[in-house]
Design a protein around this ligand. Structure first.
Ligand code: FAD
Length: 435
């Protein structure tokens, strides 16, 4: 592959990169190279929905980033898992199918992002989707991404949903439909009881395409720019440093951390910072690495009087065996679930919760993760966690305040507009990439 020429080169085979490379290579007109720093997605736990919890801190398939100490967290660091394999974070994530609200997209359009209003993006969501419930004005069928209802219903979640309904929050069975507000079970990017990552959706059907080259363990280290045009890319492989040339475009899709890192390594970024790292500045672009948004989770653990939690499964060989047999025979049961079952989204501004946020969202349940007691729940006994999960981007909704509160159980973590971070290189990383 060294010194070969392609029409398009895509760096990073994650949610975005797989879709872009898959679509670009579809009609055979273009020769496409897809570079992925991680390995193939061959570990079986990647494809079993409950395996999500085994990948959360995996040292092969996860970059396992850690933030610098955060003043707002009393000086603690924050763990940042990210997928490092074909499919990227879509091979590691919670598989919750959640597009965001129309207002998120319309807000982007209002700020000048032509083509990003909800009416413009909806046809692409429908085109991507293979919705188990069938087609309607919000959903499509026959697309590469399978979306299905949870195959495992849990009586704890049923009870939480019922309680929320009694508290006046409307029942909602489709968070990607007319409104996101309400309470109910999530749908997942799961097909036939298996994770449907972007790699499964877009690369599997492309397996036999001669015009798509997928290179794993190929870590892009520099875009090579001539006369203000990116003409080739340098990448590190187990065989050494290689380059590939590009006739048309290089698509940088290394994710929220990988993309700005590659731009900075290529001399595109905040000039002072690049100079401090010993990188020659090609163009001073202060925005690269800035304005980082993430959703913040904090966990509340509840003791459960019945042995029905996923933690009970984790702690019992017999239950694990039964769940394994059930999954193997019927692709159902707790192993077919991501363990993130339900959702409450409520617009508190419409009620008299003066001190609570305009919008709060919680993910109703999440199993205690036996393989990762540091980052999720410490309890080894019976119980379940209810991580309040904030997944809207503050920039998309100016004026909104964020909190983990719900109508049922307020708890005290709040995001305000302006709670953003930034990404910077460490001297070590800069040296290692170039070294
Ligand atoms: C723990 C967790 C749970 C989540 N749960 C959900 C959920 O339930 N539902 C949901 O919708 N979203 C969820 N998300 C978010 C969602 O998965 C991500 O937003 C999405 O996958 C990001 O896609 P991406 O293409 O931008 O990046 P990624 O999918 O992260 O892809 C980036 C890829 O680029 C590769 N890469 C990076 N740098 C280089 C380089 N220099 N050279 C070559 N390759 C490189 C990486 O290895 C990776 O494979 C979750 C995220 C996390 C971390």
């Amino acid at each position: 592959m060294d010194q070969e020429t392609f029409d398009f080169i895509v760096t990073g085979a994650g949610s975005a990169g797989c879709a872009v490379a898959g679509r670009l290579s579809e009609d055979g007109r273009y020769r496409v190279l897809l570079l992925e720093a991680g390995k193939r997605d061959s570990n079986p736990w990647i494809h079993v929905p409950i395996g999500f919890h085994k990948l959360y801190t995996h040292d092969t398939y996860n970059w396992r980033f850690e933030s610098e100490p955060v003043a707002g967290l009393n000086g603690r660091t924050s763990y940042q898992p990210r997928g490092k394999m074909l499919g990227g974070t879509s091979s590691l994530n919670g598989m919750v199918y959640m597009r965001g609200t129309p207002a998120d997209y319309d807000g982007w359009r209002q700020r000048g992002c032509v083509g990003w209003d909800y009416a413009s993006v909806l046809p692409f969501f429908r085109k991507a989707e293979d919705q188990e419930r069938g087609e309607d004005e919000f959903h499509g069928v026959g697309g590469p991404l399978r979306v299905s209802d949870q195959r495992f219903r849990n009586e704890i979640i049923d009870a939480v949903i019922e309680a929320a309904v009694q508290a006046g929050i409307p029942r909602n069975d489709d968070f990607n439909g007319a409104t996101q507000e309400g309470v109910g079970y999530y749908q997942g990017t799961i097909g036939s009881g298996r994770r449907w990552s972007a790699a499964t959706a877009y690369l599997k059907p492309a397996r036999n395409r001669k015009n798509l080259v997928v290179a794993t363990e190929a870590y892009a280290t520099r875009l090579l720019i001539e006369n203000r045009r990116t003409v080739s890319i340098e990448f590190r492989t187990p065989q050494g440093l290689q380059t590939a040339r590009c006739r048309r475009e290089i698509v940088v899709s290394g994710g929220v951390y990988g993309s700005p890192q590659l731009l900075m390594l290529s001399g595109l970024g905040p000039a002072q910072h690049l100079q401090d790292m010993g990188i020659a500045v090609l163009r001073d672009i202060p925005a690269v690495g800035s304005n980082l948004h993430d959703h913040f989770n904090s966990y509340v653990a509840w003791r459960c009087s019945k042995a029905i939690t996923l933690n009970d499964l984790e702690n019992s060989r017999l239950r694990k065996l039964a769940a394994g047999v059930r999954y193997a025979l019927f692709r159902s049961g707790p192993m077919a679930s991501n363990g993130i079952a339900g959702h409450i989204w409520n617009d508190f501004s419409s009620q008299s919760y003066k001190d609570l946020p305009s919008v709060g969202q919680i993910t109703v349940t999440d199993p205690i993760n036996g393989s990762d007691r540091k980052y999720t729940m410490p309890a080894g006994g019976r119980g379940y966690t209810r991580p309040p999960s904030l997944i809207r981007c503050a920039a998309a909704c100016p004026g909104y305040r964020y909190s983990t509160s719900t109508a049922v159980i307020p708890c005290g973590c709040r995001w305000r507009r302006g709670s953003t971070g930034m990404l910077a290189m460490s001297a070590f990383l800069a040296l290692r990439a170039h070294g």
